[in-house]
Design a protein around this ligand. Structure first.
Ligand SMILES: Nc1ncnc2c1ncn2[C@@H]1O[C@H](COP(=O)(O)OP(=O)(O)O)[C@@H](O)[C@H]1O
Ligand SMILES: [Mg+2]
Length: 216
């Protein structure tokens, strides 16, 4: 049973895009893939990330199991929950994750925003991943600034005692800036982490190194 926590350097950098590419590639290898978006915020009707993940993974689980907490405000989970007079039960989320992991060959869990985003009070996604023992994939956007953001995320993950499997850079924008050609190699040299792929704009296939790392 393999598990992976997909975190990112920010919101909108490609976590869901990369997780879906990975889920499809794992399915293509004939594996059962379970997905989770433990908390989705900014949900007006349907939880978009959870639905995308579910479709890519062909995960038959009920939406409540894939996305136990859906919150209206487009804010960090701890803040969005507080606005609704709720508090997220982190221990329950840990149990939900472990239960889901037992139902498939691979479990992919997508965070919200970055690794130090609070889920409840001072408990962050790093704490949740550590509690469950989830290795981490860092997704960054392949644009100027990403070296620093990826290195900071890697340091925060290591400080929390997490294993980082590597990083992937995605290209949410069609326009590339000058840094895009050298970001991946620079981050790898700076952090010692493996680059598991660079997903160009509209490139929806998962690099084999990413699939192998997810199974590792
Ligand atoms: N490599 C890519 N090619 C095309 N569109 C992308 C790529 N990476 C991300 N996007 C798009 O950019 C937006 C933000 O990506 P998303 O995966 O939702 O980010 P996150 O999950 O980190 O918030 C989405 O509309 C997504 O489809
Ligand atoms: Mg997302």
């Amino acid at each position: 049973m393999s598990r992976l926590f997909i975190t990112g350097t920010d919101t909108g950098v490609g976590k869901t895009f990369v997780a879906c590419a990975l889920a499809r590639a794992l399915r293509a290898r004939g594996l059962r893939v379970a997905v989770m978006k433990p908390v989705e915020t900014g949900v007006a009707g349907e939880p978009e990330d959870a639905l995308r993940l579910r479709a890519a993974a062909e995960d038959p689980a009920p939406l409540d199991d894939i996305c136990p907490y859906r919150l209206r405000a487009p804010l960090a989970p701890a803040v969005a929950a507080r606005l609704e007079g709720r508090a997220i039960d982190v221990d329950r989320l840990s149990q939900d994750i472990l239960r889901r992991a037992a139902t498939a060959d691979v479990l992919l869990v997508e965070g919200a925003g970055g690794i130090l985003v609070p889920i409840r009070d001072t408990t962050t996604y790093a704490d949740l991943a550590a509690q469950v023992g989830l290795p981490v994939l860092i997704v960054g956007a392949n644009r100027l600034g990403t070296i620093n953001h990826c290195a900071l995320t890697a340091r925060a993950a290591v400080a929390a005692g997490l294993t980082v499997r590597g990083f992937v850079l995605s290209e949410p924008a069609a326009q590339r800036d000058e840094s895009a050609a050298t970001n991946a190699e620079t981050i790898a040299a700076l952090t010692g982490l493996r680059c598991l792929g660079v997903l160009g704009h509209d490139e929806s296939g998962a690099p084999p190194a990413l699939v192998d790392a997810a199974l590792g």
